[in-house]
Design a protein around this ligand. Structure first.
Ligand SMILES: NC(=O)c1ccc[n+]([C@@H]2O[C@H](COP(=O)([O-])OP(=O)(O)OC[C@H]3O[C@@H](n4cnc5c(N)ncnc54)[C@H](OP(=O)(O)O)[C@@H]3O)[C@@H](O)[C@H]2O)c1
Length: 413
């Protein structure tokens, strides 16, 4: 099953049965195809263990003492060991590149087959993560993860997690957004990590979905860890919408289809941020003192944009007369009601019901700061960072297509 989702339109597809389609928006109306051994002796020789961890490039950094690693902020970048989990994802890849460019010693944890539907071989992963030490391991298994880090033979200073469920399903969200992320905290700390940078999401402010609950549970445990351990800190990054989540309609509109949106097109707004800008912000979190023990909402540059405004930008770039298709949000409520009913009889449909809720959520909730005083979303209070604009992104997609911006397998974003 796959769920292709854009912040204002999404569709579910099942490869097993073409007839089983739960379709809510664009496809619903057939308009768019949106589409441990704890760290032992610093002088312990490097133990290459292919089964557990394939360290592909000889590590340039000499082993350092764990006690020293606690003060990693005073070291040169090249002597700071940054472990990146979720390194093969949309944002993770850019984070690895940015950290490598900033001179950190990056250890990127990856699966043997990575990417959407495991399309990338080890060779592809090594090319993608060029400049990092790639460690093939399993973040879902704490023991394996710890063995992998043990085999590295030197400590970790900072863990950066860009992990996320690729399916968005109920169980997978808990397995990755909570458990695997927790594994990387436990294993990272065991091998000396004293700072953890977490890629979360701004939408956890209003948690109505399973993956948001899973993320929040981990966030809470991360904060507790820092409360109880003086030498440990965190930075939690909560970005607004990614470009890939807003690009699903570009090629369709280019082909003459209308731009599909819910309600009047103003139900939700966001400040989209590019992969490069977000990666840069995340990399700042490794050393910035002012980002220590902070929850950091972040959006891209410029004003907040509603789906209506996003569509207008697109038509302007294409030089076409705007043509919108407004879909009542009630359609989604109706479909969710049916799915919620069905899931009581057929529990195996829980993911389909969850995907419906995810679609509904992003069709109506803004990806902006939720002002606790007013209970309203506030564009003004949502910080901006970076330089890449959605308009530039749309122009690029019009020229070059959506390559590299694909939504994941059953991807929720
Ligand atoms: N899209 C948006 O608009 C948006 C907005 C705000 C926040 N966010 C948040 O940003 C985060 C990252 O998003 P993204 O688009 O970069 O994610 P992504 O492309 O789906 O990447 C997910 C990463 O997690 C890894 N992973 C998933 N399942 C795994 C498993 N079973 N075992 C090992 N590794 C696994 C993937 O590895 P493989 O390559 O091996 O699969 C990949 O490296 C998410 O938490 C999301 O909620 C998204």
């Amino acid at each position: 099953m796959s769920l292709c989702f854009s912040l204002n339109a999404f569709t579910l597809q099942s490869p097993e049965s073409k007839s089983y389609k739960t379709q809510f928006t664009s496809q619903f109306i057939k308009q768019i195809q949106v589409k441990s051994t704890p760290f032992t002796s610093p002088s312990r020789p490097f133990n290459f263990n292919r089964e557990r961890c394939e360290l592909v490039r000889a590590l340039a950094t000499k082993p350092v003492d764990t006690a020293v690693s606690a003060s990693f902020r005073s070291k040169n970048s090249k002597d700071i060991n940054v472990l990146v989990v979720g390194s093969t994802g949309y944002i993770g890849k850019f984070v690895v590149k940015e950290l490598v460019n900033r001179g950190f010693n990056v250890i990127a944890v990856a699966r043997g087959r990575s990417g959407i539907r495991g399309k990338n071989s080890k060779e592809d992963t090594l090319n993608d993560l060029n400049g990092a030490n790639v460690c093939f391991s399993d973040v879902t298994n704490l023991h394996t993860m710890e063995k992998s880090l043990q085999n590295l033979g030197f400590p970790v200073d900072v863990v950066v997690s860009c992990l996320a469920s690729r399916t968005g399903g109920v169980k997978d969200s808990w397995k990755i957004d909570y458990e695997a992320t927790k594994n990387s905290l436990v294993a990272g700390k065991k091998f000396g990590a004293s700072h953890f940078v977490l890629l979360s999401a701004i939408c956890v402010q209003k948690p109505l979905l399973e993956f948001q609950q899973a993320k929040l549970k981990f966030e809470a445990e991360l904060m507790k860890e820092a409360e109880e351990d003086d030498g440990f800190t965190y930075s939690i990054v909560r970005p607004t919408a990614f470009f890939k989540s807003l690009g699903g309609q570009v090629e369709l509109v280019k082909d003459g289809k209308p731009y599909v949106m819910f309600g009047d097109g103003k139900l939700c707004a966001c400040k989209p941020i590019s992969e490069q800008d977000l990666a840069s912000f995340i990399a700042d979190c490794v050393l910035s003192q002012d980002k220590i023990n902070q929850v950091l909402p972040v959006g891209g540059p410029g004003k907040a944009l509603t789906p209506l405004e996003q569509g207008e930008i697109l038509f302007k770039l294409l030089g076409k007369e705007p043509k919108f298709l407004k879909v009542p949000i009630g359609i989604m409520d109706f479909a969710i009601g049916i799915l919620d009913f069905l899931v009581k009889i057929f529990p195996w449909m829980e993911d389909a019901a969850e995907f419906g809720k995810i679609g509904r959520y992003y069709a109506a909730e803004s990806m902006l700061i939720l002002d606790p005083e007013t209970g309203e979303y506030s564009a003004e209070k949502t910080p901006s960072y970076g330089k890449d604009t959605l308009e530039e992104f749309y122009a690029k997609v019009i020229r070059e297509g959506m390559a590299g911006q694909e939504l994941g397998e059953q991807s929720i974003f």
